[in-house]
Ligand binder design. Structure first.
Ligand SMILES: Nc1nc2c(ncn2[C@@H]2O[C@H](COP(=O)(O)OP(=O)(O)OP(=O)(O)O)[C@@H](O)[C@H]2O)c(=O)[nH]1
Ligand SMILES: [Mg+2]
Length: 317
């Protein structure tokens, strides 16, 4: 049984929104680590991941909170099993959470007002958000003129009766503390959900795989990252500070393999150098020896079997 004196605000907050609005940038900012992949291309996130953060709530009772944020794929239209997997991941996170944090790209003229969530591709998201305590983060305010902000806040004021709206810059950290307090106030009071030292529910392997995949978004052309998945095949801790990782970049066709490898292996070498550094930093400053290979798994994203092989088979696994 929990001792009520130890009770805090504790619960799950699903971070949801359209693609590319800054959900993953926000989670990285909050946990103060490069935990999840971020890129300028939409549909970077494919899976749910939890990032846990504890905060103080001065002059409030309880005066502490432990928030389990769930980063989710951007909700988008489109067919095919991978898209479905991604949409389900977002919707399930929203329906399982204690509150929903809807992230909006305040610079995006046609995507920044509440009526956008009534359009068919996003209606499920709008609906899920309206059934929960909801906080709206108007993100990227570092890039909009100040006078644009007030009408935008007014537009969101009627989204739900108790909506809280917080303008932020996930990239630069503006107002993120205030946002966290607003989230915390929507959470139930009870015992903490996770041990104090826990930052994520995902393994270092999963994080490494995501950070390598992020490099593909950074270093490959427009379409190719969507045809790629990353599998960690070898993982051995050489010492406490040194790790050897063997990873496979899986593509859908031979022609794609050639592009990822590049002339005389130049491209894969570049990807490897950047990924090695990024994975090392994400794992807390470890020295990483990274071996990258490229394999073809014909049309992996079009069939359930291919998806399952690459870890996109079952929600919640
Ligand atoms: N100027 C500015 N750019 C931002 C901010 N937050 C995120 N971005 C940029 O927006 C782009 C998308 O960021 P992500 O965090 O990957 O967005 P996401 O919502 O997780 O995207 P998906 O996973 O694809 O749905 C990246 O280029 C970020 O650097 C911000 O506060 N200001
Ligand atoms: Mg993301």
């Amino acid at each position: 049984m929990s001792d009520a004196a130890d009770d805090i605000r504790a619960g799950f907050c699903a971070i949801v929104g359209l693609p590319n609005v800054g959900k993953s940038t926000l989670l990285n900012r909050i946990v103060g680590r490069h935990l999840v992949a971020v890129s300028s291309k939409p549909q970077t996130t494919r899976d749910r991941i939890v990032g846990v953060h504890a905060i103080m709530l001065p002059d409030e009772t309880p005066d502490r909170a432990q928030i389990a944020y769930v980063d989710t794929p951007g909700v988008q239209d489109g067919h095919g099993p991978l898209r479905r997997y991604m949409r389900d991941a977002a919707m399930m996170a929203a329906s399982d959470a204690d509150c929903v944090l809807v992230v909006i790209d305040a610079t995006h003229r046609s995507g920044r007002t509440p009526d956008r969530l009534d359009q068919p591709d996003a209606a499920g998201l709008g609906d899920a958000s309206r059934h929960k305590p909801v906080i709206v983060a108007l993100n990227k305010i570092d890039r909009i003129p100040r006078p644009d902000l007030l009408p935008l806040m007014e537009a969101w004021a009627n989204f739900t009766p108790d909506v809280v709206i917080v303008p932020i810059s996930a990239q630069y950290g503006d107002n993120v503390d205030e946002l966290e307090r607003a989230v915390a106030r929507k959470l139930p009071v009870g015992p903490r959900l996770f041990p104090d030292e826990m930052v994520t529910d995902r393994s270092p392997r999963f994080i490494a795989q995501e950070i390598i995949r992020e490099q593909l978004y950074h270093q490959l052309g427009k379409e190719l990252p969507y045809a790629c998945a990353v599998l960690i095949e070898q993982w051995s801790d050489k010492t406490k500070d040194e790790i050897a990782i063997g990873a496979v970049i899986v593509v859908e066709r031979d022609s794609q393999k050639g592009i990822v490898v590049g002339k005389q292996g130049a491209r894969i070498r570049e990807i490897g150098i950047a990924a090695r550094q990024a994975v090392g930093a994400a794992l807390g400053g470890k020295t990483v020896h990274l071996n990258l290979f490229v394999k073809v798994l014909e049309e992996w994203s079009r069939g359930e079997a291919g998806l399952r092989k690459l870890g996109y088979g079952e929600q919640g696994s």
